[in-house]
Design a protein around this ligand. Structure first.
Ligand SMILES: NC(=O)N[C@@H](O)C(=O)O
Ligand code: NI
Length: 166
C-alpha cells in the first residue's frame, strides 16, 4: 500500500540535514559596488571530488510533473554536490531522504518558492528535478568529470504526492 507524503515549506532549518537553501538571507548580505549591489555571500559551496573533476554551470528546462505523483526512485551523486536555482521564478518540489545503510529512507517533500534554490550536498539522496505548472528553467551547478556520478535506488513500493496547493 503506497503512503502519501505531506509537503512542507522549504526552510533553511528543515533542509539543513540535506544541504543549503539558496535565498536572499539578510544575515549573509554584504553591500558591494559602492552600495549599489547586495551580495548574499557564500550561501552554499559547490563540491566536485575525484581526479580531473570540475564544477560546471548548466541550465535545466524541466517539464511540469503531473499529480498525484508516484515517487518510485531516488538518486545521489557520490562525487559532487548539485544545486538548483529557479530562473523562471516558479515554485518547484524538493524531495530528499536521509541515508539508511546505503538506501534512501522515507522521502521528505518541500515546496520551494520561486525565489528559493537548493544545494544538495555530495552523496545526498534526492529525486530528480520536479518542476510545477509549466516548463521551468533552473540554473544548476554540479560536477563533471570521470567516474559514474549517479547512483539510483528504486523503492519496492512507491510513495505518492498529491498536487501541491498553489
Ligand atoms: N541527471 C541529471 O543531471 N539531473 C539529476 O541529477 C537531477 O537531480 O535532476
Ligand atoms: Ni541529481
Amino acid at each position: 500500500m503506497s503512503e502519501f507524503l505531506e509537503i512542507r515549506p522549504l526552510t533553511k532549518c528543515a533542509f539543513a540535514p540535506f544541504g543549503e537553501v539558496i535565498e536572499a538571507d539578510p544575515a549573509s548580505m554584504r553591500l558591494i559596488n559602492g552600495g549599489t549591489t547586495e551580495r548574499f555571500h557564500a550561501l552554499a559551496a559547490a563540491e566536485a571530488t575525484g581526479e580531473d573533476a570540475r564544477v560546471i554551470i548548466n541550465l535545466f528546462r524541466g517539464q511540469p510533473r503531473a499529480f498525484p505523483y508516484e515517487i518510485t526512485m531516488m538518486e545521489r551523486h557520490p562525487f559532487g554536490s548539485q544545486s538548483f536555482s529557479p530562473v523562471s521564478g516558479r515554485s518547484f518540489l524538493v524531495i530528499v531522504s536521509e541515508d539508511e545503510n546505503g538506501r534512501p529512507g522515507m522521502p521528505q517533500v518541500f515546496l520551494a518558492r520561486g525565489d528559493q534554490g537548493v544545494n544538495y550536498r555530495r552523496n545526498g539522496w534526492h529525486h530528480p528535478l520536479m518542476a510545477l505548472g509549466q516548463a521551468s528553467d533552473f540554473l544548476v551547478v554540479d560536477r563533471d568529470g570521470p567516474g559514474n556520478n549517479l547512483e539510483e535506488f528504486f523503492f519496492e513500493t512507491p510513495y505518492i504526492i498529491k498536487e501541491p496547493a498553489p
